[in-house]
Each structure stands twice: as C-alpha cells, then as structure tokens.
Design a protein around this ligand. Structure first.
Ligand code: A2P
Length: 344
C-alpha cells in the first residue's frame, strides 16, 4: 500500500475530526504527516497508539512522499500551498473556498456527485461549504424525483463554523452575560457591550446574528453567494435560482437550514419522505436540532411540509454537523473515492 496522508491544519477543529475519522474509517494509509502553523510546530499529537510531531507548513519538503493532502487551514494557505503539494506529487482535497469555483476543480459531495472526480484537471478536489453541503443531500434526492428549479435557503449556523476561535468566543461570552439576566431583558444593547466580539459580527451569546462572512455583492455576504454558486455547481444546475440568507446562532456545532424548494412538477409529501429516506447519508426525523445531531455522520431532515400556496414547493428543515459531513467526513469520503477510483 505505502500510502501517506497529510493533514494541513491538523491542530484545528476540522483537523481534529480528520485525525479521528482517518482512524475510525480505517482509511488505507501507512503513514501520516501533521501540518499546522509555526506556532504548533514540534507539538506532539496522539494518533492511534502513537504520537505524531506537527510540522510547519512552510518547512521545505513537507509534502515529499505525500500521496493525499487534506487541507483545512483556511483559504490563504490553500491558495498558496495546495499547488506546492500537487507539484510534490500529492492529490489535494481542499476544505477551503479557495478552489471551489475553479472549472478544473471538482466540487464533490460524495453521495451527490461522485462522478465529478472524472473532471479533475489539476490534482485538486474541493470540499463544499459546510452549509451548502448539508442542504445538497436532500436537494439532490428531491431533484431526482421532482426536478428542482428554485431554492430559498435560510441558515442557522453554529459558532464552530468559524473554527475553534468561533466556539471560544461564544463560550467566553456566556458566563458574563449569564450573570446579568436583568440586563439581558431590559437593556440588551448594554448587555451586548459587556463582552468582546472579533470572530462573529456581533455578540453571539443569547443572540442571533444575521451576518457572516465578508461583503460580496448587492448586500449579500460571500457565505450567501457560496450557497447559490456551489449549489449550482454540485447539482449541475447552472440556472437554479437561489435566495440565500446566512445567520449565526449560539450553537457550538451543527448547522441548520430552512429550505423552501420549488420543483417543475407537483410534489407529494409521502413520496418526498420516501426518496429522502432512501438517500444515503440522509435520515428523516420529526424534529431535527443541531445539538442532538452534533457528532453524527448523517444529515437529518424534518418538518417536511408542502407549501401552503404552491403545490410544486416543499418546505423542510435540514440539520448537519458542520465539522463532520459539513467538513471532515466529506473530506475523508472524497479521499476514499480517490482510492476506490485508483486516482491515488
Ligand atoms: P495552528 O493551530 O498552528 O494555528 P481552526 O479552523 O479550528 O481555527 O483551525 C485552523 C487550522 O489552520 C489550525 O490547524 C491552524 O494551525 C492552521 N493554520 C492557521 N494559520 C496557519 C498558517 N499560517 N500556516 C499553517 N497553518 C495554519
């Protein structure tokens, strides 16, 4: 076998899950390289029954002998170093947004469009945005049955979508605000000012923040544009209309998305439930919540209702662990496909 896997961003929130999943899923490899920033170089991280020393991303020759490099250290690192990993002979599975919309880079949800790997032009495969990813499984199942034409998608995204810093900021705010229940009720603006926020656009504890990401165009954030553009690419529907709204909520891990999907034919709720139940990676349940699905591989779909006005539209609520199917799990599943298809 002789396969070597590198994890770039091995010390991060997703990196931690990547380490766990490679072992749990018995990914076929003989050696592993952990890579992070200079700050972490020399740290020893447990891996099964041994420890692996973290190397700095800038180290000369850090990708030598690597067959598959799983990148989860932010877009800037992916843009700069993924081509270097490819030049050293690795196939890169990239969890950032850096390469997703590049025409030569397949954007793959393993249960939805595994065949896209055939279009790989330059040794990089992209892992979709965590919110888009969760929505794609039910959307593909329903598209195959009814023909998807329009999506209105409103996300409720966890702090963990912004990595360990995102979760840390939320946790740090809670004790201060917990001690001020009166202020939370009477003067929320004063309560919000009691704590610092840098990662999230406003105080997140005891709050809902209807903005995440950077400004993109016409008042939409880049996170919202990802929902539209990546959905079109993954589903192979360039004309799909999408109305995206992304909202940060005080949840540690687990993104939720309220979806209104309109189709080219009338929908039947029983048939919709049947196709969702039959789709690999989806579980239908009455009341999916992010807390109860944190740590689970499957994407949960519930509250499935025909639209009150349009017989061709369905409303449903999707929940998925953003660090697992939304990131690390799909990354490892892509790496598994690369092995199955003889690409690595
Ligand atoms: P480090 O722990 O050394 O900072 P998260 O998304 O949970 O914040 O994790 C981000 C991951 O990306 C971490 O593993 C982090 O390593 C890594 N990272 C951040 N900046 C760099 C950088 N400049 N070079 C290499 N790795 C980086």
């Amino acid at each position: 076998m002789g396969r070597t896997v590198a994890i770039v961003g091995a010390t991060g929130a997703v990196g931690q899950d990547l380490r766990r999943l490679l072992l749990r899923r018995d990914y076929p490899h003989d050696d592993v390289v952990f890579i992070a920033s200079e700050r972490s170089a020399g740290r020893r991280l447990p891996y099964g029954d041994r420890e692996v020393t973290v190397r700095a991303l800038g180290d000369p020759g850090v990708f030598d002998g690597v067959d598959v490099a799983l990148f989860s250290a932010g877009g800037a690192r992916s843009r700069e170093y993924a081509p270097q990993a490819v030049a050293a002979g690795a196939v890169v599975v990239d969890n950032s947004s850096a390469w997703r919309m590049d025409p030569g880079v397949p954007l793959v949800v393993t249960e939805v469009n595994p065949g896209a790997l055939d279009d790989m032009a330059g040794g990089i495969v992209a892992n979709p945005n965590c919110t888009t990813m969760a929505a794609m499984l039910p959307c593909k199942a329903l598209h195959d049955e009814f023909g998807l034409v329009d999506l209105v998608a409103t996300s409720f995204q966890a702090a963990g979508g912004a990595g360990q810093q995102g979760m840390g900021e939320l946790l740090a705010q809670v004790p201060t605000l917990l001690a001020e229940p009166g202020l939370l009720r009477r003067d929320g603006a004063a309560a919000a000012k009691l704590v610092e926020h840098q990662v999230h656009a406003a105080t997140l504890a005891f709050n809902v923040v209807p903005w995440l990401g950077s400004p993109a165009r016409d008042g939409y954030s880049d996170e919202e544009m990802k929902l539209r553009d990546e959905s079109r690419k993954i589903l192979g529907l360039p004309e799909l209309t999408v109305a995206p709204t992304c909202v940060r909520v005080p949840v540690m891990v687990g993104h939720a998305i309220q979806v209104r999907a309109a189709f080219s034919t009338d929908v039947d709720v029983d048939r919709a439930v049947a196709v969702l139940n039959a789709f690999t990676g989806v579980e239908v349940c009455d009341l999916p919540t992010p807390l109860e699905w944190a740590g689970r591989d499957e994407v949960a779909v519930g509250r499935i209702r025909r639209d009150l006005a349009d017989p061709r539209a369905l409303n449903f609520f999707v929940v998925g662990d953003n660090l697992l199917k939304g990131a690390a799990l799909n990354t490892v599943q892509i790496a598994e496909l690369l092995v199955d298809q003889g690409i690595v």
